[in-house]
Write a protein that binds this ligand. Structure first.
Ligand code: MTE
Length: 419
């Protein structure tokens, strides 16, 4: 295959490729000339470094300054009702560092004083209550790791390959450990009316974002979270209190949570009628599509992360499912013609992200890299074209189709689709 003619970014036929699974660890050959990095003493070995209090709150090495949340300017009219993206292409493991979790706000980041913040719980409840943060922190708490995916993740890709980077195509996701109180324990203490079926959750930001959540889900696994990854929630993630709705679309995870109203019917809010419904090809719309289906993406190599020259290569990616745990991830090097099982490494938990690897020996030829996840219900992540057959291309939300990266011989990746 020639590398000289640029490939059609949007449509590529499947190609046969040669890339065998790596079985041994190839070590670099001994250099012919002495390496100055080993024969001379670098600056940092010749003087004292920073003292312990140089960074009372630690920050990454300046050499990692490119690993940041980024936005796509033309996507939204302004910065307050907008989104930025987790740099998933530059991360490894399963936990997202707090400062890199993508942000989606409808009216900017509310600057909430925790001492003045209140959570009111009312409606079809025997004992309506107003709780302070102190009240909540007296209750028995638990720690749970969950992914949060915005339903609009990959939403720009419905009509074809568009954004050139895993950060932009799949970066509306994060995976952190939450500390908080189970909603069930609070509701049980307050005495829910047996006729109640729904809960409305409302935020204290200027948007007052609100969503109806089935009471059954609230009683199953929802949390009132005040900490993430061991420290207080970040303001961007809803400090001091956010609702955690495991496996369900991010829009329902109300930040700066100030009110929970119990009722017997959904409230039909803006966010569950004009938004977060999925327009089909025939003009009808799916609604109440709360659960995030199984999905995966190769994060490296990917368009923002060039591959090393041919030889041993680690293909790395993430997978998740809102219906259970990820049981298997397959990787294809030839656009879905052949698949091989990837190696999942690290914790495998329900409704949390997993990390997968495929360790290969790359012969330097072009590859069409894909991954597909399977979850504990047996559901297999579909191809984009199979998804479009059912859903059309009018949707913004719930695009969990298989992503393809074209890895060129020079190590650069492009966002493409296979026919
Ligand atoms: N809650 C409030 N109060 N206001 C908001 O704008 N955005 C929602 C949800 N909760 C939002 C909110 C949306 S659309 C998503 S995808 C998630 O928060 C994003 O969570 P994050 O900013 O922690 O990534």
């Amino acid at each position: 295959m020639s590398n000289s003619s640029p490939p059609d970014r949007h449509r590529l036929g499947r190609r046969a490729l040669v890339a065998a699974a790596a079985t041994t660890f190839a070590m670099p050959a001994t250099a012919a000339t002495p390496d100055p990095a080993i024969t001379t003493l670098p600056d940092w070995s010749q003087s004292l470094g920073d003292g312990v209090q140089a960074h009372p709150y630690g920050v990454p090495s300046p050499f990692e300054k490119h690993v940041i949340r980024r936005d796509v300017e033309w996507l939204t009219a302004g910065q307050q009702s907008s989104v930025n993206f987790t740099p998933i292409h530059a991360l490894d493991g399963t936990i997202t560092p707090n400062g890199l979790c993508f942000e989606r706000h409808h009216s900017g980041v509310a600057a909430v004083d925790p001492d003045q913040h209140r959570l009111m719980i009312h409606g079809m409840v025997a004992k309506p209550v107003v709780l302070t943060m102190q009240d909540l922190k007296r209750l028995p708490r638990s720690n749970r790791i969950y992914f949060l995916e915005c339903a609009a993740n990959s939403g720009m890709e419905w009509r074809g390959a568009q954004l050139n980077g895993a950060q932009f195509t799949h970066g509306m996701i994060h995976n952190v450990q939450y500390t908080g109180v189970s909603l069930r324990s609070v509701f049980e203490a307050l005495g829910i009316d047996p006729r109640a079926k729904w809960v409305m959750a409302e935020g204290a930001d200027a948007a007052g974002l609100n969503r109806s959540i089935p009471l059954a889900k609230a009683m199953d696994d929802c949390m009132l979270a005040f900490a993430m990854n061991g420290e207080a929630l970040r303001p961007e993630q809803g400090y001091p209190l956010r609702l955690v709705v495991p496996g369900w679309q991010g829009n329902m995870w109300v930040k700066w949570l100030r009110r929970l109203k119990i009722g017997d019917a959904p409230w039909e809010t803006r966010e569950e009628t004009s938004k977060y419904t999925d327009l089909l090809a025939d003009g009808r719309a799916r609604r109440s599509t709360f659960v995030m289906d199984a999905k995966s993406v190769i994060t490296s190599p990917s368009p923002q992360t060039a591959a090393s020259p041919k030889g041993q290569m680690v293909i790395s990616g993430i997978a998740w499912s809102g219906r259970g745990s990820v049981t298997r991830v397959d990787v294809s090097l030839d656009g879905g013609r052949n698949w091989q099982a990837a190696r999942i490494d690290g914790p495998v938990q329900s409704l949390a992200l997993v990390r997968f690897y495929a360790d290969i020996d790359w012969n330097g030829q072009e590859m069409l890299l894909q991954s597909r996840a399977q979850d504990s219900t047996g559901y297999l992540q579909p191809s984009k074209n199979d998804l479009r057959k059912i859903r059309g291309v009018n949707s913004i939300y719930h695009n969990n189709g298989i992503q393809t990266w074209l890895l060129r011989g020079d190590g650069i990746c492009e966002n493409v689709e296979v026919s």
